[in-house]
Structure formats: C-alpha cells, structure tokens
Design a binder for this molecule. Structure first.
Ligand code: SF4
Ligand code: SF4
Ligand code: SF4
Length: 444
C-alpha cells in the first residue's frame, strides 16, 4: 500500500488558507503546534497516535475512504498520518506548504462524525485528533474562509449568521403574525420569566428557514406548552467556533446560551432539530466551561416531540402517507442515543417506514457535518462527490419505496439535499417538525 497522501499534489482551493499562510514562517508554525500539543492535549493525544497499529479496520467505516475508491489518503488513519502524525514526527517542523494541506484535510475531509471510532479495536478517537489539528490551524490563521466567517459572526453577535438583535425580534414578530393568520391565538412568547421551557434554534433559522419557527409555535400551541424565547443574544444554540477550533469563542457562545435560560428562570432548554448544536451544548461547550453536564437540563427536539406524543399532548389527525425513511444524525444518535425515540415518533406519525441500511449508530454521515458544509462553495463538489456511499444508501432505500427522508438535523438536511439533487434522486427531505405540523390536530 502506498503512503497515504504520498503522491497527492497540493492544490489549495481556499483564499483564506492561502492568504493566512502568506504570513506564516516555519518557526511560527512549529511554535504553535508544540504549544497546543504540550499545553492542551496531555497524554491522550500521543497515546492515540502511538496506539494505532495501522490495521485499517477503521477505513471501511469512513464514507470519504469508501467514496474515493478506497484511497488510503482518505482513510481515518491516513488522515491522522498526514496531519498530527507528521506534526509529532517532525516536532512541529512541517513547513508552510504542508500546514495548508493539513488545514484542508482536517476541516473538509473529515466530518468528525466518530463512525470510525466504533470500528477501531482501541476506540481511537480520530475526530478528537482532527479537532486538535483544526485548532492549531485556527491559531495560525488558516481556517477555511467561509467557516471562519461564521466564527467571526459568533464572536461579534453571539449568533452564526450576523443576525442583529432587532432583526431577531422582528423575525419572531413576523412569524407570529404569519402564524396568527392561520390560528389567531398562537403566540411566540418573548422574555417570559419562569416559563417551563426556553426554545432555542440555530442562526440559520431566522435567516433562511423562518417557517420552522412558525411551525414550532403552532406545535407548542397545540400541545399546550408553556414556552419562551430570549430577545437577547444567547438565543442561538449553534456553534461553528467548536468546529474551527476556537474553543475560547465556543465557550463564550455557550455561556451566553446557558445564561439566557438562567436569566429567564426556565426549567429546561429544548433545542430545535440540529445535531452539531446539541454536541456543542451537551458535550463540548459545557466541558470546555468546566461542566461535565450542561448547567441546566437540556433536551433535543427528538426527545421533546417523543414525550409530547407519548403523553397524549399532540393528537395525530391522520398519519403522513408517503413512505418515509430516517437518517440518523451522528451527533444525536452516536452522541446521545436518540435513535429509538426517533423511530417511536416515526411509528406514531407515519404510515410507512423503510429503514435505510446501515442505520442507528452505524449510519453514514451526510458529509455536511463537522462544519464541512460551512466551509462553503470551494468544497461543495468535493463534499457531494466525496459521499457516494450516502447516495448509494439513499438510492437503495428509494428502490424499496421510500419517498421522503426525515433528517432531524440542519446540517444533515443541507448535506442530503445536495446529495439528492446532485444524483437526481428526487426524494423529499423533511424535519420531524415539518411532518408534525402537517398532521397534528391544530387548535382553533
Ligand atoms: S470521524 Fe467520520 S469522517 Fe472523520 S475519519 Fe472518522 S469516519 Fe471518516
Ligand atoms: S482501526 Fe484503530 S488501530 Fe486500526 S488503523 Fe484505524 S485507528 Fe489505527
Ligand atoms: S451533519 Fe448530521 S450526519 Fe453529518 S456529522 Fe452532523 S449530525 Fe452527523
């Protein structure tokens, strides 16, 4: 087998990586690499890299490897070898040309989806290693351009999409008025102190998918939920700084989110249908801030909807008829084990369900996650062509009759949309919220 990446020509596509690299020197690169490895990683990182016996069992788990004709450069261990492996072997002296390619590998050729870790006999956490590489590149100023912009937005506005405070409130009022056109008593309660739940969404919802907030308001009204949303920064639960590796900004964003809920004195936070946002509040952001668990109870929309249905709070008028399949998002399935609750919702709301294979914790990532879709247009084609296995998986499910894909995660949604369109699969993609809104008994 050839060395991973041995014959790869560097063809860096990203303006910010190229520009950032023009300010770098070999010494600066070595200093930052050694500083991060020495001060932030401890024995865990070196143990992971040294323990790998290059058995290749993780390769078949990675959609990038499978979609690139089993090219070892795209295998999980191959990606480690080309990045952190080189950094350790050369004591940080990797040079300007190589560090640019390392940034692209870690940020755009790995979704940090953790599927490979399930197949490694030692449980080596490749995603963690890739996140350390991203952090080093971020500190060196060579993160990919588009995701860097989302990090800048988080830092300046506490949301991902440069949404100003008045625009956020205006959007909620607009959606409330729209919803009242259908059901006059629907409200989007802002700043209601002592409400049962704070409902939180990701930045792209008010920007591009405001109808989801309208739908949530109708579902909450139908179920009699006592809810609120904050009018201040802290409403956005997403966190692309977690994926650029700027942990300091990740921590600030999460702190603002928890503090909004505490100020409103709610009993818990319910998050919309997003996978990475859940990882940021439930796994990475809280730990960075020193909490093993979030400082306030927090559940994902899948748990919330499953409970509302189980408790009889949502009545189903007529089940959704077109045959559906379900994409298990890594961050809430491998990360939180919500696969059976998701299937419970499907069983209660849909007439026909066709499993895609593999499924549950073994499902393939959509290839958008881990911030890869946020790296933007320079990588769209690479991302979509780099996930042939997902296209094949969806095609197999379609041939069994599935017409609608339920994807309860924003990034999965976007990634699968691109795959469906690029491969001419002609399947609908929906959130659970879309299905519920369509089929529940609505109040007068
Ligand atoms: S974390 Fe996911 S994308 Fe990254 S190497 Fe492992 S399987 Fe591949
Ligand atoms: S399965 Fe584990 S030990 Fe084997 S190559 Fe992959 S990371 Fe290394
Ligand atoms: S986008 Fe979805 S499938 Fe991809 S890593 Fe995130 S949760 Fe997993």
């Amino acid at each position: 087998m050839r060395e991973p990446g041995a014959d790869v020509k560097y063809n860096i596509k990203d303006d910010d990586i190229i520009k950032g690299a023009s300010f770098l020197t070999d010494d600066k690169i070595a200093n930052v690499i050694n500083e991060v490895i020495k001060n932030e990683t401890g024995a865990k990182l070196r143990a992971y890299v040294d323990t790998c016996v290059h058995c290749g069992l993780c390769s078949e788990a990675c959609h990038f490897y499978l979609s690139h004709d089993n090219d070892p450069a795209y295998s999980p261990a191959g990606k480690v070898k080309q990045t952190m492996g080189e950094m350790l072997k050369k004591n940080g002296n990797v040079g300007v040309e190589a560090i640019q390619r390392m940034s692209e590998i870690a940020s755009t050729e790995c979704n940090v989806c953790k599927r490979c870790s399930m197949f490694c006999p030692f449980g080596i956490d490749i995603a963690y290693i890739m996140l350390v590489v991203r952090r080093i590149c971020n500190k060196l100023g060579i993160s990919p351009k588009y995701i860097q912009d989302t990090e800048n937005s988080h830092a300046a506005t506490m949301n991902q999409m440069w949404v100003k405070e008045d625009e956020w409130v205006d959007t909620l009022q607009w959606q409330e008025e729209e919803a009242q056109g259908e059901i006059p008593t629907v409200r989007i309660p802002l700043e209601k102190e002592g409400a049962e739940i704070m409902y939180s969404v990701i930045g792209p919802e008010p920007k591009f998918r405001a109808q989801l907030i309208y739908q949530a308001a109708v579902i909450h009204k139908a179920a009699g939920v006592d809810w609120t949303m904050p009018a201040t920064p802290g409403w956005d639960n997403s966190d692309m700084a977690m994926y650029t590796g700027n942990n300091e900004i990740m921590g600030r964003v999460k702190k603002a989110h928890y503090e909004a809920a505490m100020r409103l004195k709610v009993k818990k936070i319910v998050m919309g249908e997003c996978g990475h946002a859940f990882r940021s509040v439930y796994d990475m952001g809280n730990r960075w801030l020193g909490w093993k668990m979030p400082p306030i109870p927090m559940i994902h929309a899948i748990e919330f909807y499953a409970d509302l249905i189980r408790d009889g709070k949502l009545k189903i008028k007529k089940k959704y008829e077109p045959p559906v399949t379900l994409h298990d998002p890594c961050n809430v399935v491998r990360g939180r084990g919500l696969h059976e609750k998701a299937r419970y919702i499907v069983s209660q709301t849909c007439e026909n369900f066709i499993e895609m294979t593999p499924n549950r914790e073994h499902n393939y990532c959509c290839s958008a996650g881990g911030g890869v879709i946020n790296c933007g247009p320079p990588y769209t084609k690479t991302r979509v062509e780099g996930n042939k296995v997902k296209a094949e998986q969806l095609f197999r499910t379609k041939t069994k009759g599935a017409k609608t894909i339920i994807a309860p995660c924003h990034n999965c949604h976007g990634g699968i949309e691109d795959i469906v369109e690029y491969n001419g699969l002609h399947m609908d993609i929906k959130f659970f919220g879309d299905i519920l809104y369509e089929i529940i008994e609505k109040p007068e």
